[in-house]
Design a protein around this ligand. Sequence first.
Ligand code: FES
Length: 121
Amino acid sequence: MYDDLSSEERIIHVCVNIDCALRGAEAVRDRLRQLADDTGSDVEVNDYICFAACEQGPNLLIEHRRAFYSEVEPTDAEAVLAHAEGGDPVQSIDRSGSFIARKIFNMLDAGFKPGDLSLSD
Ligand code: FES
C-alpha cells in the first residue's frame, strides 16, 4: 500500500509557526530535509502553519502514515524519516492518539488536506 504512493503523497508537515519555531522547529525541519536529500528519499518535508497544539511543539504530521509527533528534536529526525518511509513509529514522541491528532485525522477523513495550509509550494 505504501509503495503505491506518489512522491507528492509522501509528506511530512512540520509546523514552523512561532511557538514551534521558538522550540526549535526549523532545526527539526532542516535536519529532516538534509537527511531526505542525503539519503535520496522522495519524502517531502513541508512547512506548516499551525496544528493548534502549540504548547507541545515542535509538532509534525506524517500525513500518509497518520502519525502526529510532538516535542520533536533534530535528533529524532532519522527515526521520523524512517517512519515516513515505512518503518516503525517513534514511540517516545508519538502523540497520534491525542485529542488534537484525532481532530487532525478527522479532517483528513473529511477531505481536508494539510497541504492546503502548507507554507511550502
Ligand atoms: S505553533 Fe506549532 S502547533 Fe501551533
